[in-house]
Design a protein around this ligand. Structure first.
Ligand SMILES: [Zn+2]
Length: 208
């Protein structure tokens, strides 16, 4: 997803639960994953390069880190880990063929409304058909440059990030499904802590 879209998704899902300042800290940590430092050598942060299992492991590490930091009453570290967790969880829908596989159950003229997408379809998540876009560096970098991208993308393979991503509305009509799935998945990830924390600790987590 593009950096501002991560913020939109997170706000849409969580602003009714979190203190605004806390949510801003979570969002800044989420967006930091897309800096150059968070991109190079970190496919697992973004569900890139078919690193599906590695990305799932990374998600679980961040969930564990949130619980650990709350236990130590280091809330800032807990919010940062939660931001990193949400970034990866949201990128799953933008960088993989999840949306295409889910829509594949319906015929082309019978797509359900975007609100109906199930972000936790177990058959898709644990199936062998789930793939994510590969970054064909250095060529791929040019696919992000506005004036030349239209010349570069046709030269890249179909399994590249450039062809597969649903990072913004420019990706076409499947983007709205990726956005909706990412909003729902953000709530699913928050539910892990709503269910796993005591009332007092949950209150610290959401309000500081
Ligand atoms: Zn990303």
């Amino acid at each position: 997803m593009l950096i501002p879209i991560h913020a939109q998704i997170t706000r849409k899902a969580l602003e009714k639960y979190f203190d605004p300042k806390v949510l801003n800290t979570v969002i800044r940590s989420n967006q930091k994953q897309d800096t150059l430092q968070g991109q190079i050598g970190h496919s697992d942060f973004h569900f890139d390069n078919n690193k599906i299992t590695e990305s799932q492991v990374y998600l679980q590490k961040q969930r564990n880190a949130v619980f650990t930091w709350i236990e130590k009453v280091d809330l800032r570290s807990a919010w940062m880990a939660f931001g990193r967790l949400l970034h990866s969880a949201q990128d799953l829908y933008a960088h993989s063929n999840y949306v295409s596989l889910w829509l594949g159950q319906f015929d082309d003229f019978g797509w359900p409304s975007v609100d109906e997408i199930d972000p936790m379809d177990d058959l898709i998540l644990s199936g062998s058909k789930l793939k994510s876009g590969k970054l064909y560096y250095p060529f791929e970098i040019l696919s992000f440059v506005p004036l030349i991208k239209n010349f570069i993308i046709p030269l890249l393979p179909r399994d590249s990030h450039a062809w597969m991503n649903l990072d913004s509305p420019a990706s076409g009509k499947k983007f709205a499904y990726a956005f909706s799935a990412a909003v729902k998945r953000t709530v699913v990830e928050f539910d892990v802590f709503r269910e796993g924390l005591t009332v007092e600790k949950l209150n610290l987590f959401i309000n500081g």
